[in-house]
Design a protein around this ligand. Sequence first.
Ligand SMILES: *Cc1c(COP(=O)(O)O)cnc(C)c1O
Length: 395
Amino acid sequence: MRENRRNITLEGGHISMYELRKLDSPVNVTRTFMPPFSEFTAEIERLWNNSWITNNGVLHQEFEEKLIEYCEVENISLLVNGHLALETALKTLDLKGEVITTPFTFASTIHAIVNCGLTPVFCDIDKDDYNIDVSKIERLINEKTVAILPVHVFGTPCKVHEIEKISKKYNLKVIYDAAHAFGVKLDGKSIASHGDLSMFSLHATKLFHSIEGGVLSYKNSNYKKKINLLKNFGISGPETVEMVGYNAKMNEFQAAMGLVNLNYVETNINKRKLITDKYVSLLKGIPGIQLLNYSLNNIEYNYSYFPVLFDPILFGVSRDTVHELLGENNIFTRKYFYPLATDYDCFEEKYSGLDLPNAKAISDKVLTLPIYPELSLETVEIICENIIEIHRRSL
Ligand SMILES: *Cc1c(COP(=O)(O)O)cnc(C)c1O
């Protein structure tokens, strides 16, 4: 650790001297969880002699069963990644028209809608939990609307009961992008049981992973057959190709990693909780800092991310300056999610004029801080000391 002094010109024009503590080695916003090597090889060994390493092998079947139990749902399908799972969910429902969604998400959500030939319709978000604002959904519904695709952003559950009410009233499908929400419970029940389908991403950077991987959870058992067809070229028999599909199957190495890592989910969530509690205790009450509310007692959080909103006026400097100063001191944060999906280059100016005040404000202020099970509480303290020092010197 060494002191890092740096003069910076603040937004107000005056010069301030920061005395920040630089970490000896880089700390990234996340770090892939690696289980004990021997546990992974023990799983792999099971499949070595029978030469069956993909296409619904034994580990795949076992993983599916374990997830049905863990997620407390009737049906689980495994796919090669979360994105193709989301596209598969949309294709399974055979939708055509408009899908109401959020601009405050990862590119995958919107690209799934567009790749399936559907039109995304962007709804503003709630200023407290950053999820789709349920009070603004109905005004976006018209005769072309076919579904709502909300995201449980940072693992905080959406207002699922209100969304269900709206979907029933207008006869819309609901697909949850639950990529962030593995292990989350609402009212004592797994979040996986809401909507027509929910998608969980098991990408290496996520809280629980299978190297890459995607999970669909759903109540309607009729979906199983179509999902199986879609993810395997539409092939239903040795001489039958029933529909146009693609290849989105999970292989046995992925399932092996998933099976091993599933044993560590609870421990890892508990470690993340301690880190979150530390961050909250040190950053709570600092002017210009807004944290998520982790104290709603009907929610069991998974602590998958630690987002902080920095208000440039009250905090003293902008989110971008905090991001830059922390980065110079080996603390790598992410502007997650910035830009909004409506501002992606690939959409050109198509969605640029929309009235999404909360989404715009939050996307301009948000920074996610490092969080992963092995992150030490001492490092969390240094990160927070630096943030407090930036605030102190910026006034
Ligand atoms: C990670 C993620 C996805 C995509 O999942 P992959 O497994 O990486 O394909 C989709 N939506 C959100 C919100 C995500 O964070």
